[in-house]
Design a protein around this ligand. Sequence first.
Ligand code: 6OG
Length: 159
Amino acid sequence: GCALESITDYTLVECMRGGEVLLGLKKRGLGVGKWNGFGGKVEVGESAYEGAKRELREECGLEAEDLEWRAMLLFTFRDSGKLMRVHVFVADKFKGEPVETDEMRPMWFHKSEIPYADMWADDLYWLPKLLAGDKFMAWFDYMPGGEHTNKVVDSLLVD
Ligand code: 6OG
């Protein structure tokens, strides 16, 4: 059996500059040692949009002028029973230069040189679609250990 806890909302922001994406090497917490966009838990009383802006500022010092909502990812974890909903945004206008923080070491990567081997397994499925401009939803079911994921649903389109 698999008893799921209540759902927790997270954000993830991918900053774009020409053909480059800003990723951060996570220095602590969930996903330590992996490259990822910037984000975290949505706090009580704030929207996902506000949370995404706040986390981007806290984790790398960038002030986004606007965020475009692009994807919603659902993660289930077989070993812990955790259920995560991640709201993914793209930013292409921001103020400042990325700075290293206690949480993240930021670096620009060309679209063709994304370090997928050192990222969460799900990124390989959806980040290319995001970089191609798509809007989508997807569900990733993580097996015990957290290294392998099954993609369950990917943009079921109806008309
Ligand atoms: P804090 O530790 O800052 O939030 N996150 C994931 N991102 C991807 N691409 N795949 C996953 O696969 C992820 N699990 C978590 C959400 C953690 C940050 O890491 C993201 C948040 O931005 C399981 O509270």
